[in-house]
Each structure stands twice: as C-alpha cells, then as structure tokens.
Design a protein around this ligand. Sequence first.
Ligand SMILES: NC(=O)C1=CN([C@@H]2O[C@H](COP(=O)(O)OP(=O)(O)OC[C@H]3O[C@@H](n4cnc5c(N)ncnc54)[C@H](OP(=O)(O)O)[C@@H]3O)[C@@H](O)[C@H]2O)C=CC1
Ligand SMILES: O=C1OC[C@@H](O)[C@H](O)[C@H]1O
Length: 354
Amino acid sequence: MTAKELPSLRWGVIGCGLISTWFVSDLVLSRSDAAANHTIAAVGSSSLGKGNKFASENCPSQSPAVYDSYAGVYNDPNVDIVYIGTPHPLHHKNVLDAVAAGKHVLCEKPMAMNAQQGQEMAEAAREKGVFLMEAMWTRFFPITKELQRLVHEEKTIGDVAAVWADFGIYMPTKGRNPASRTVSKKLGAGALLDVGIYSLTWASLLLDTVPGTTPDISANMIFSDHEQPDDRVDEQTAIVLRYPEQRAQAICTASLLYKTSEIFARIQGSKGTISVGGVAASKPGFLVVTAKDGVERKMEFPVEGKGFYYEADAVARDLQAGRLENATCPLHTTQNMLSRMDSIMASCGLSYQS
Ligand SMILES: NC(=O)C1=CN([C@@H]2O[C@H](COP(=O)(O)OP(=O)(O)OC[C@H]3O[C@@H](n4cnc5c(N)ncnc54)[C@H](OP(=O)(O)O)[C@@H]3O)[C@@H](O)[C@H]2O)C=CC1
Ligand SMILES: O=C1OC[C@@H](O)[C@H](O)[C@H]1O
C-alpha cells in the first residue's frame, strides 16, 4: 500500500500530561512500516500555554489548533477522533462529551472507574454511531499477537495450566505530591486500576478462550497509609483467577512498591513454558519458549519509539473500513475487565466516588 492509500486520521488530543506526550510523539514518528497516516489536528488543555508547549515539544512538525478547553477539540471540524489522556475518573465525562459532539474516541485505560460507567459509555457511542475503544495498547503489539498464535493456534506449550503476571512500578504513595493522579484517590490512584489492569489483561489474553465462561476471582489488597482512611488506595494487589472448566489458574499481581524484573509473565503449559519480558508489563519485548526437554528459544520483537502507533493504526484501519469497534480490544472485553475489577475492589473493600 502506498502512503496515499493508507488510512488517515486527524487526532484531537485532550489532557497534556505524561501519556499524551508518549502517544503523540509516537504517532508523528516517521516509520518505514507505517500502516496509517496520523495528523495531530488539535490539542485541548487546561491552559493555552500548556497546550502550546505540548504541541511544540511533542509534534513540532504539525500545526494543531490549540484550545484552552476540551470542548474546543470536541467541536473542531478538522478532528476525526479524540484521544483522551486525562486521569481515569474523568474518562466517563470526557468520553460522553466527545461522543455527544459526534467524535470517534480512543480513551486511555482504564476506560472507566467501574462497569456501570463503561456500559453507559459504550451505549452512548453505539447510539451516536461513533467508534469507541479503550487504549489497551499492550494487546496490539506484534509480540502479543505472536504469543497468542503460539499458545492458542500452534499449541506450542500444550494446554495452559497456569499464568503468572506481575506489574510492579516504583511509585509509592508516601512522600510524593498528594495532588498527583498516582497518589490522590479522587484522581483514581491505586495499583489495580493503574497497573493491575495489565496483569489481568495477560491472564485474559491467555485464558479467556472458552466463550461465555468467566473465572472465579479472589483477591487481597495492601492499602496505602494515607492519614485519612477514606484516602487510602491499594498499593499492592494480588488476584487469583480460577478457570475450573480448563483446570487452569492465573495469579495476577500489581504493586506500587517495586519494579517488576525483566520477565514479568510466565505461562505454564503441559508441554513447556513461555516467559514474557520487556521494560514493563505494558510493553512486552521478548518471549522465551522452553520446551519440556529444556530446549530454549528466545524471540525478540524490537519496536521503534514506544509502540503506541500499533493501536492507533488499528483504529485507523477500522474507521477506514467503517467499523465502530475494534476486534482486538472490543467493548465487551473492556466491559469484562471493568466487571472483574469491580468485583476485586468490592471483595477487598475499595471503592471510589463516581
Ligand atoms: N497506556 C499507558 O502506557 C499509560 C496510560 N496512562 C493512563 O493515562 C491517563 C493519564 O495519566 P498520566 O498522563 O500519567 O497523567 P498526568 O497527570 O501526567 O496527566 C493527566 C492530564 O490530564 C489533565 N487533567 C484534567 N483534569 C485533571 C485533574 N483534575 N487533575 C489532573 N490532571 C487533569 C491535565 O492536562 P491539561 O492540564 O492539559 O488539561 C493533566 O496533565 C490515566 O488514565 C492513566 O491510566 C498513563 C500512563 C501510561
Ligand atoms: O499504564 C501505565 O503504564 C505505565 C505506568 O507508568 C503508568 O503509571 C500506567 O498508567
């Protein structure tokens, strides 16, 4: 396909924080194997100064319209799709507002604070006839697709009996800015929603293979020591998922108290194991396949930049084809994940205002 025939998308970005800098810088990378053309058409921020700085630092080759409001982006006729890079408790309102303005939406993870919000967002998008997807970028890496092919199609390690997945990031709540989204409960802080969602995603990618079955879940949390009990969030969470029909289990952990080692997941099958490694459980980089006889094969999957363009390219292809949901990260999968996190939080006594 020539650059001319590639799908093109004009993005409007709201929230000029960390993730938006990563996402935008990746979209404007000049890539040899680009599967879509991405333009940053508009940026919305709490202030013009912040929005202008964001644009000049992260997409200097583009001339986005910069707004001191998110509504400016929603109402910009040059924007095809809104990327939402705000803290999780704002996603519900941001998505509903963008959808009401008739825009397609890619929303950062977790798409919502709970399954009820997720349901409302999905219904709103369906009613309006616009695209909506949670930006669970990890699902879109070529390595993730290859892992699924090896496990589910080639059955390289036989029947999967167990999955272990850990996302630890050194981001303790103690001694850090209480107004930060990773410390403040009002802004959705907590290990499960921030990083545990990735551990659960690995379990789901490997074990949610029988349509209509859902795992039994049990979980435990260690809470932060914020002075006010109402401000406390999970600093560490451990989850056990049982899939009785498959005689399989997953152990998923999340922590803000340490960084996970390079190998962050292991899949044990009847004929061998696969270890998954990389800089973080959100960004896998290599697989080590070990057969029962001990023979080991390492497969590396280098990416340019961070790799956020894989999800963005997939969205561009969907919209070009007139699809309003993505097959790799459909809304029912997001909804399943939100329901699982709801039950984990409820069983551990964690609740957020919504
Ligand atoms: N996919 C991934 O790898 C990652 C995903 N994320 C997700 O992205 C989202 C944002 O995280 P991150 O970029 O780290 O957060 P930041 O705090 O760095 O940025 C969030 C931005 O949201 C805007 N915002 C709007 N309202 C508020 C508010 N009340 N308080 C604070 N900020 C507000 C601000 O932008 P402005 O002032 O311009 O309006 C702010 O800069 C989260 O949901 C997180 O889970 C985060 C990191 C990595
Ligand atoms: O999604 C994420 O992955 C990387 C972490 O830095 C971040 O806190 C989290 O939101």
